[in-house]
Write a protein that binds this ligand. Structure first.
Ligand code: COA
Length: 329
């Protein structure tokens, strides 16, 4: 029994930070940002009282509403995030409490930008084993809470956002999440994309704050090269394993980190950009949020049909990367 996505939902905060807003804060230009990344604007959850769990809760409530079920029908809640409200309790538990999912257990999954793809495959295992009937998988990040707005090389890239799905047993054989390939590489990834402090290695101290160690640090060039290679490789692998061709793929849904990384992946797969879901222009990189936000928007626009072949592809800190093949039901 395979797991299928039965419902999608997204939440984006209303407030926009445009490239011209960033021009006023940093030594950068709209033109530089657009040509190097494809981003024009991103969202910010400004209210200091609202964190990642707020966006997840909005998504979870919409999911229940759209599916027409009550919270106590949910068996498991997986929240993929690298900006949890706090290290503990998990954001998943906060969401479970907020929506009153009295029979659900839940946990946070840390795989940065690949979090949703990792979470989707993890959730699918609990459906396939018969242990769960309804699993919520949410990808969410309040990236602006860990962005250094004095660092032009990272501040321009990210935004806040969340989206998620409900997984249930597929109605018919041959539909649902049919295959996945997931990878990690801590040896090469650890140094190039990280938030150095706030964990047990460098607990918060005056020194970690003075040295701006509670913000994202990235070697953009290294990450770019690794992402292009890994996303294209894994997408090609999933195509080969499942006899997928450029013609019979309906949608590539890639992680939205950089328009050029997305184009390179599509090129290697041999598919035209008309089959590639892209909204990086409006939201930037929302980390664990990008892939489910794309899925939710395709769904809203009625672009996903029964039998559609969908390939998800992601890359993120760790490094972590992966691809999932879905036959939409
Ligand atoms: N505005 C203007 N100039 C900027 C800038 C900005 N926001 N950020 C960097 N620059 C400058 C650099 O200082 C450098 O100047 P120099 O040549 O005088 O030294 C120049 O632009 C080129 O910088 P570089 O880092 O080589 O640019 P790039 O083409 O590699 O693009 C990224 C930078 C970050 C857009 C790109 O490397 C990237 O997207 N990497 C992957 C990031 C990512 O996706 N991370 C998440 C992973 S999931």
């Amino acid at each position: 029994m395979k797991a299928a996505i039965t419902t999608t939902a997204k939440y984006l905060p209303e407030e926009i930070i445009s490239n011209s807003d960033l021009e006023r804060m940093l030594d950068t230009t709209d033109e530089w940002i657009r040509t190097r990344t494809g981003i024009r604007e991103r969202r910010i959850l400004r209210d200091p009282e609202k964190a990642t769990s707020f966006m997840c809760t909005e998504v979870a409530r919409q999911l229940l509403d759209k599916r027409g079920i009550s919270a106590d029908e949910i068996d498991l809640i997986i929240v993929a995030t690298m900006s949890p409200d706090m290290i503990f309790p998990s954001t998943a538990c906060i969401v479970q409490g907020n929506i009153g999912a009295s029979k659900a257990w839940g946990f946070d999954l840390s795989a940065a930008c690949s979090g949703f793809v990792y979470g989707l495959y993890t959730g699918a295992q609990f459906i396939e084993s018969g242990n769960c009937r309804k699993v919520m998988v949410i990808g969410a990040d309040k990236m602006t809470s860990i962005l250094d707005f004095t660092d032009r090389s990272t501040a321009i890239l990210f935004g806040d956002g969340a989206a998620g799905v409900i997984l249930e047993p597929a109605r018919e054989e041959g539909f649902g999440i049919l295959d996945a390939r997931l990878y990690s590489d801590g040896k090469n990834g650890k140094e190039h994309l990280l938030m150095p402090a706030g964990g047990s290695l460098h607990p918060a101290s005056h020194e970690t704050v003075d040295n701006r160690m509670h913000y994202i640090r990235q070697d953009g060039k290294q990450v770019f090269k690794a992402a292009v290679m890994a996303m294209a490789d894994v997408a090609e692998e999933i195509m080969q394993r499942n006899n997928l061709t450029a013609e019979n793929i309906d949608w590539l849904v890639p992680h939205q980190a950089n328009q050029r990384i997305i184009q390179a992946t599509a090129e290697r797969m041999g598919i035209g950009m008309d089959k590639v879901m892209m909204n990086i222009e409006y939201y930037g990189n929302t980390t664990a949020g990008t892939v489910p936000i794309c899925l939710a928007e395709l769904d809203e626009q009625n672009k996903l049909h029964s039998g559609s072949n969908i390939v998800l592809a992601s890359f993120g800190a760790g490094y972590t990367w992966g691809s999932v093949y879905i036959k939409w039901q």
